[in-house]
Design a protein around this ligand. Structure first.
Ligand SMILES: Nc1ncnc2c1ncn2[C@@H]1O[C@H](COP(=O)(O)OP(=O)(O)OP(=O)(O)O)[C@@H](O)[C@H]1O
Length: 263
């Protein structure tokens, strides 16, 4: 769906991004992580042809949707008028649009003005309009930045269902939560270089190896374990102390830190 070869982007004398080779297959959901200034937006902008670059970027489709972090719409009209005006349709007569509005729980926000929406509602309205065009390739840039935990999770829950049946997605995020729940592959950019591109599970095995956390619910303390055989005795200890516990594994933050900070 997207192929990059020998990409290099320079601003003035500064090389902001180099990507020797990157292939994104149809239907894959890619989570892009990297520090501020690492080159994430430059990558997206190169794919969209918004910056000058050297090398080759090939998109298999022209039907590309983009959702940037901040949206601005005129404020003299209701959201319904904005949506209908921009999409040149009427919700009443358009089943596809009505379904999307229903799917994203946006019905009760139609009569409001955009400025009165919460951050999560604003993003859902923009998503409705972007998804209406049924893009085959979708770029989401920091879609949930600024949202509180619950609004972010609500949006992720919607997208989890939606992405299953739809397009190839490239989403820039700094929330591990989004990657864990939505992405098939993680792309880590650091200082303008691609440091890793693979399934989170593979990266975890490669960079962290075996690791699990046992979190005691009473104590709220987490115990990190690096040998499978340790697990049983730690769990036993917690039970003997009358504690309940849960086990977690595959933390994206750990992978990210190991790769970018060499830990
Ligand atoms: N138009 C520009 N002119 C000059 N330098 C730029 C321009 N756009 C980006 N840069 C520089 O290129 C580097 C990569 O920027 P980019 O916006 O791609 O990073 P990012 O990872 O998206 O950061 P953030 O997470 O803060 O959005 C940064 O050092 C930035 O200062």
């Amino acid at each position: 769906m997207l192929e990059i070869k020998n990409l290099s982007v320079t601003y003035g004398s500064k090389v902001a991004l180099t990507v020797p080779n990157l292939n994104i297959n149809k239907g894959e959901i890619i989570g892009v992580m990297g520090e501020s200034g690492s080159g994430k937006s430059t990558l997206v902008n190169s794919c969209l042809g918004l910056v000058r670059f050297k090398g080759q970027v090939t998109l298999e489709t022209d039907n590309v949707g983009v959702l940037m972090q901040e949206q601005h719409y005129v404020d003299t009209m209701t959201n319904q008028k904005i949506i209908e005006g921009l999409l040149n349709t009427r919700i009443k007569r358009d089943d596809k649009l009505a379904e999307l509005i229903n799917f994203f729980d946006f019905g009760s926000q139609l009569s409001l003005h955009f400025k009165n929406l919460s951050g999560g509602q604003k993003q859902r309205m923009s998503l409705i309009m972007v998804l209406y065009q049924e893009p085959e390739l979708l770029f989401l840039d920091e879609m949930t930045t600024g949202l509180d935990f619950e609004s972010r999770q609500a949006l992720i829950n919607h997208l989890k269902v939606y992405f299953k049946q739809h397009q190839t997605v490239i989403m820039v995020t700094h929330y591990a939560q989004e990657i864990e729940q939505l992405a098939d592959k993680l792309l880590i950019i650091h200082d303008g270089q691609v440091m890793a591109f693979d399934k989170p599970k593979n990266l975890f095995n490669q960079y962290i190896g075996y690791s699990a956390f046992i979190v005691g619910n009473n104590a709220g303390k987490s115990i990190s374990i690096h040998q499978p055989e340790e697990e049983y005795s730690v769990a036993r200890q917690l039970i003997d102390n009358g504690d309940d516990f849960r086990r977690t594994q595959g933390d994206i933050e750990l992978v990210y830190t190991a790769i970018t900070k060499g830990q």
